[in-house]
Design a protein around this ligand. Structure first.
Ligand SMILES: C[S@@+](CC[C@H](N)C(=O)[O-])C[C@H]1O[C@@H](n2cnc3c(N)ncnc32)[C@H](O)[C@@H]1O
Length: 348
């Protein structure tokens, strides 16, 4: 599928204004009934994380665990591996009503050869179904809606599900954390700067019958001025970057610019005795991580608990994200872009 087809309806991909959660209930119910859930997918793909499914391993999956082409196999092929499936199979698996709704919504697309594929991904996560842009297209497109990656799953699975009144999800993207939070929090607000992400997030709230979630456009706390919360969640962009171009990736020159502003704003937006949960990567500067984060919260009464994963080599981390430059080449901005990136690499 061509990238331009995927971004055809750039910011209003889903007609969310015209939809209600009732319209999408048959889709949620059908996918759940077929067993399109985290447990079944992990078993089928024999991975520890759904995001460990790799493009180069597709031939192996097709020859082994997905060989029987069961209804679950078909959904994995369509919505995780971005593969085509014969139209007759998909129609039979989904039934006429759900097939038509999914085609109409752009969740499915006809490829011409009596086959069906999907321009998007659907990730099951903590009982929710989250629609994002495809993880198999090159991710250098500025408005790409962040697919669920390990960081998304790590935060979603570590959210403490204790009942509370009001939760804020900063950098909400697909809305995954906000929608998971809607199960224990009476009211949830998700904030993002990317209008395409907000459109997907609103669609996801409808799909998951999460009627207590509201999504707002804005730069972090700007969208919730004067409001306080019992829980703040965030998975902010963290890649050190000389440019502000790819919404989900660029974390400013230090990689910590957005994170720092989130931490600094906690004292004005958290109710007393409440909690913030963030998943991110910090740049290791030789000092204690807790000290560094504490220095961003001025004169506040707080406790910081951090769990450290193994340290990643910074050069590898940046070079991994530099794969994005492949697409910059097509856009004729490779030189400008790579000069900026090379400054960052030299610095680290
Ligand atoms: C790494 S993605 C996380 C998406 C989702 N929360 C998840 O866990 O999968 C980061 C998100 O932050 C958003 N973002 C970047 N800068 C922002 C800002 N200043 N204010 C609000 N959102 C921002 C991006 O558009 C992107 O959707």
């Amino acid at each position: 599928m061509k990238v331009e087809d995927i971004y055809r309806k750039s910011t209003e991909y889903f007609p969310v204004e015209k939809l209600t959660s009732k319209d999408l209930l048959p889709v949620y119910n059908k996918l759940s009934e077929i067993g399109y859930n985290e447990k079944n997918i992990l078993e089928k793909l024999q991975v520890d994380y759904i995001t460990f499914a790799k493009r180069h391993e597709i031939p192996k999956y097709l020859a082994t665990t997905l060989k029987k082409n069961t209804p679950t196999d078909q959904l994995i092929k369509l919505f995780l591996l971005s593969l085509s499936v014969p139209e007759s199979d998909v129609r039979e698996t989904l039934g006429k009503e759900v097939f038509e709704i999914m085609l109409d919504m752009g969740l499915l697309s006809k490829t011409g050869e009596k086959a069906i594929n999907s321009p998007i991904n659907i990730f099951p996560c903590r009982g929710c179904l989250i629609v994002t842009d495809s993880s198999f297209v090159n991710v250098c497109v500025p408005k790409h809606v962040y697919p669920l990656m390990n960081d998304s799953y790590n935060l979603a699975h570590s959210i403490i599900m204790e009942p509370c009144e009001k939760t804020l999800d900063l950098c909400t993207g697909s809305g995954v954390q906000a929608i998971v939070a809607s199960k224990f929090s009476k009211k949830v607000i998700g904030v993002d700067v990317n209008p395409r992400a907000l459109n997907f997030a609103r669609f996801n709230a409808l799909l998951n019958q999460a009627d207590n979630v509201e999504f707002r456009k804005g730069d972090l706390y700007e969208a919730v001025k004067g409001e306080k919360f019992d829980r703040i969640l965030s998975n902010p962009p963290f890649v050190p970057s000389p440019e502000k171009r790819v919404y989900f990736r660029d974390g400013g020159p230090s990689g910590e610019d957005i994170l720092k502003r989130i931490v600094a704003g906690l004292k004005d937006h958290l109710n007393e005795g409440s909690m913030c949960q963030i998943v991110t990567l910090l740049v290791f500067t030789g000092s204690d991580y807790n000290e560094k984060v504490a220095s961003w919260v001025s004169g506040d009464n707080h406790h910081i608990f951090s769990i450290h994963a193994p340290r990643i080599n910074v050069e590898d981390h940046i070079i991994y994200h530099l794969c994005a430059i492949r697409v910059c080449l097509l856009n004729n901005i490779a030189i400008k872009s790579s000069i900026g990136w090379s400054h960052i690499i030299k610095r680290v």
